[in-house]
Design a binder for this molecule. Structure first.
Ligand SMILES: C=C1C[C@]23C[C@H]1CC[C@H]2[C@]1(C)CCC[C@@](C)(C(=O)O)[C@H]1[C@@H]3C(=O)O
Ligand SMILES: O=C(O)CCC(=O)C(=O)O
Ligand SMILES: [Fe+2]
Length: 378
């Protein structure tokens, strides 16, 4: 199995690293020091961004219309979602109900966090194998094709469903005094995304012709991830990538992006952009939900490009099932056992695979399936 081994200590890419953390990625420092980005951030020719990228036509789903129960609006929403999900798994959702003030506070605190000194950000440093915490360009995980970004990720479970640590408590434990408001805003943001994702699960269930409540109930006690993506300006955006080509291993992604633009999806054998829409969130199917639909709905290859003019920010809420749930399609979608596309698995195993054994890319689910079969054959 072609596993990308997790690098040992990465080569140093910048002599003038901060004393506290020799592997710290400081784009501003890099941008000041040279017109060339370090080699570790240069992607191979076949993966470099291209200029001639046109917008992808994705449907705009009016969630309020669907929730109104109006039969015409419901059938329009389910038809559009079904068509898009069978083809590439991406659609936009408007009238999503996320509070505008919450959104602007979320961006404000993101700005202040990522512009803080490295020693402050490193208080939340992601530790090996963990999907939460602060990561700067992933120098501690990979030795090449480094993404031009910093991230801050939180684990989230609906409090009433699971006694895991809240986002607020994580921030307070890691960052300490002075970050109470930041913890509060991302706790509220994650709670709002959780509510939105369960409504979208109702829509997806209906679009698949199964019980509306099936997937909503399946994901009620989720163990999800909220990730803040901060993409600094880059002097050589034609050589770098903010996030490399991948399919999300998770179930459903709700992405809120700022107005800069940079998200691209690989559809009809070419990269196509999803331009920002201030009134909409981008929703996409992940590998795990593709497996839950027995391959009917597609988890699609996508990436994020950067630019030399401005930084870019996005929030990705990754809806994930409770870690120990056995993931298999419902009867109505499974067909006879011989038609199963993927083996049964649990999200906790799949997540561990991406965090400790394999860098998520376009083949993650296939590589994970092979890894599972090999490990079960012993
Ligand atoms: C389960 C996850 C792993 C990643 C974050 C979530 C969903 C998307 C995955 C990721 C973004 C895909 C591209 C590679 C990756 C390493 C990254 O660029 O951040 C992936 C995330 C991760 O492993 O941290
Ligand atoms: O920031 C973006 O536009 C996409 C990020 C992404 O695909 C991810 O974090 O999985
Ligand atoms: Fe993604």
């Amino acid at each position: 199995m072609a596993m990308e081994c997790i690098a040992t200590l990465p080569q140093r890419f910048n002599e003038n690293k901060t004393k506290e953390d020799p592997s710290n990625f400081d784009a501003n420092l890099l941008n000041q020091q040279s017109n060339h980005i370090p080699q570790q951030f240069v992607w191979p020719d076949h993966e470099k961004p291209t200029d001639d990228v046109q917008p992808l036509q994705v449907p705009l789903i009016d969630l309020a219309g669907f929730l109104s129960g109006d039969s015409v609006l419901v059938s329009e929403a389910t038809r559009l979602v079904s068509e898009a999900s069978k083809k590439h798994g991406f659609f936009l959702v408007t009238n999503h109900g996320i509070d505008e003030t919450l959104l602007s506070r979320a961006y404000l605190f993101m700005d202040s966090f990522f512009k803080a000194p490295a020693c402050e950000k490193q208080k939340a440093q992601r530790t090996w194998g963990q999907s939460s915490g602060y990561a700067s360009s992933f120098v501690e995980r990979f030795s090449s094709k480094l993404p031009w970004k910093e991230t801050l990720s939180f684990k989230f479970s609906p409090v009433e469903k699971c006694h895991s640590q809240t986002v607020k408590d994580f921030v307070s434990e890691k960052m300490g005094y002075g970050y109470e408001e930041l913890g509060k805003v991302y706790q509220e943001y994650a709670e709002a995304m959780n509510i939105l994702s369960l409504k979208i699960m109702e829509l997806l269930g209906m679009s698949l012709g199964i019980e509306r409540r099936h997937f909503r109930e399946f994901f009620e006690d989720n163990e999800s991830i909220l990730r803040l993506n901060y993409y600094p300006q880059c002097k050589q955006p034609d050589l770098a990538l903010g996030t490399g080509p991948h399919c999300d291993p998770t179930s459903l992604t709700i992405l809120h992006q700022d107005q800069v633009g940079g998200l691209q999806v690989f559809v009809d054998n070419k990269w196509q952009s999803i331009p920002p829409n201030p009134k909409a969130v981008v929703v996409n199917i992940g590998d795990t939900f593709m497996a839950l639909t027995n391959g009917r709905y597609k988890s699609c290859l996508h990436r994020a490009v950067v630019n030399s003019e401005s930084e870019r920010k996005s929030f990705a809420f990754f809806l994930c099932p409770k870690g120990d749930k056995v993931l298999k399609p419902p009867e109505e979608l499974a067909g006879v056992i011989s038609e199963r596309e993927y083996p049964d698995f649990t999200w906790s195993m799949f997540l561990e695979f991406t965090q400790e054994h394999y860098r998520a890319d376009m083949n993650t689910l296939e590589e994970f399936s092979n890894w599972l079969k090999n490990s079960r054959s012993f």
